[in-house]
Design a protein around this ligand. Structure first.
Ligand code: HEC
Length: 267
């Protein structure tokens, strides 16, 4: 065979094989996705890690988190998730699950809360906070959201969250409501839930932390909000900032009565 005919053969192979190859990878991907769903939600691995982290003596003080008060008394974790964010008298702050966990890691275990808050998602102690949040959320699976609005701060944060939800700005003049304020909106085949009212069981606030199949990562609610701010072309909010906790209070109060499915499995 001559060099030229060799080249033609290779070209022919490439041109005929390429679409078939692409198809195979797509269907392979879908097969893997199905198999994964059958095997269960990979979030279970993070739950197991979170439970372990809760019980293990760690940090400069070599203590566990078993005395952590998530709002229902020291050490009570069942049912805590569906009542957060709420006002905590000891820190004199509105806190969501993640910020409360970081407070406990500081007071009980001696970790530096500021350092953890500055750590990138998925890294170091921040990855541990996500695993802990995944396990704590899982311990309230099936329970219904019931955030308190008794403390003045809880009411203020709801109102601030509502305003932030409708606050337009950035290069595209988007607000959260631009994508989550009307029925029937979609992006990349994802239905966008309406979050100005109760979106129903296991939707919106009642689904996160969630395992994301598209990138194989466990995402906490703080990261979900962070990424929505990115989609909104806003600067990233600080981890567990008052803004994200106000938004979470708004979403959580709106979700009153919705059953939690967290940790969910998502695209
Ligand atoms: C440009 C459109 C856009 C904007 C603006 C936006 N989001 Fe999102 N949001 C999305 C998309 C897309 C998803 C779904 C992602 C997926 O499933 O892959 C989503 C998902 C969510 C979810 C999870 C819904 C569920 O059931 O899983 C919440 C909660 C949320 N957004 C809150 C917000 C908040 C709060 C803001 C304002 C700070 C906001 N979003 C701004 C596009 C947007």
């Amino acid at each position: 065979m001559t060099k030229t005919s060799n080249l033609f053969m290779v070209l022919a192979l490439v041109t005929t094989a390429a679409p078939a190859l692409a198809q195979k990878t797509t269907s392979q991907g879908i097969d893997e996705y199905r198999a994964m769903l059958q095997d269960g939600n990979p979030a279970e691995l993070f739950e197991a890690k979170g439970e372990d982290l809760w019980k293990k003596a760690r940090g400069p003080k070599n203590a566990s988190l078993e005395e952590c008060d998530l709002g229902k008394g020291a050490g009570v974790f069942k049912g805590a998730f569906v009542e957060l964010p709420k006002y905590f008298a000891d820190t004199q702050r509105m806190q969501d699950l993640e910020s409360r966990l970081v407070s406990c890691m500081e007071t009980l275990q001696g970790f530096n809360a500021d350092e953890i808050s500055k750590t990138a998602f998925g890294r170091g102690e921040m990855a541990n906070v996500t695993a802990l949040a995944t396990w704590i959320a899982a311990e309230s699976k099936g329970q219904r959201f019931n955030l308190s609005q008794a403390h003045p701060q809880e009411k203020t944060f709801y109102e601030v969250g509502k305003r932030l939800f409708f606050l337009r700005g950035g290069t595209h003049d988007f607000s959260c409501a631009s994508c989550h304020g009307e029925e029937g909106k979609r992006i990349r085949l994802q239905d966008l839930p309406v979050l100005t009212k109760n979106p129903g069981d296991g939707v919106g606030f009642a689904a996160w932390p969630a395992y994301r199949v598209s990138n194989g990562q466990m995402w906490s609610m703080q990261l979900r909000l962070n990424d929505c701010y990115r989609q909104q072309r806003f600067p990233y909010p600080g981890f567990a900032s008052d803004a994200t906790i106000a938004l979470s209070t708004y979403l959580g109060v709106n979700a009153k009565g919705a059953a939690s499915v967290a940790p969910a499995i998502k695209r």
